[in-house]
Ligand binder design. Sequence first.
Ligand code: 3PG
Length: 207
Amino acid sequence: MSETLDQLAAARLVPVVVLDDAAHARPLAGALVEGGLPVAEVTFRTAAAAAAIEQMAADGRVLVGAGTVLTPAQVDQAVDAGARYVVSPGLSREVVERCAERGVPALPGAVTATEVQAALAAGISTVKFFPAETSGGAAAIKALSAPFGDVRFVPTGGIGPKNLADYLSLSSVAAVGGSWRVPRDAIAAGRFEDVAAMVAEAVALTR
Ligand code: 3PG
């Protein structure tokens, strides 16, 4: 695993963020730091993504990555903005290759044995397991870990306080992603104290 992936694994949780306005990036970075989880996956689901990543990278306190990266062009935008890792919902060889060219770890999605094998063939040994709950959840990861003992998973999708422990208890799980601590509406409304409190609650669940 790269040093960046090691840092994600050490954090245990990866907040998946949707920012409608790049002006929210710095206050959100502050809330994540205050909550004790200085990590963010800023998704390319809004036009503000690249500018938001740039703001967070400039802040310097948060390990910022890009999420929902679907094309090599978005890899370039993300890395140019300062993203330190690139997450995709599925596995795209082109995206993985561009990440290698740009020197950032790629975290592509894989939920079946075939997809995990394809990730391995592309030189990837840590994959996003997405959408986690509807793809068999922790039981599926456990089953995949039998043939793929060296693969690490970052399950994301449908994970919250009720099922977090099911995933974190697996040694093959590097970290768990999710949006529940960083709700889009709370960010859009500027409720950063609430976000900091939710982040702190989630961090407490990992201890
Ligand atoms: C993602 O892209 O990782 C998901 O949208 C996050 O899933 P969640 O909202 O169910 O946590």
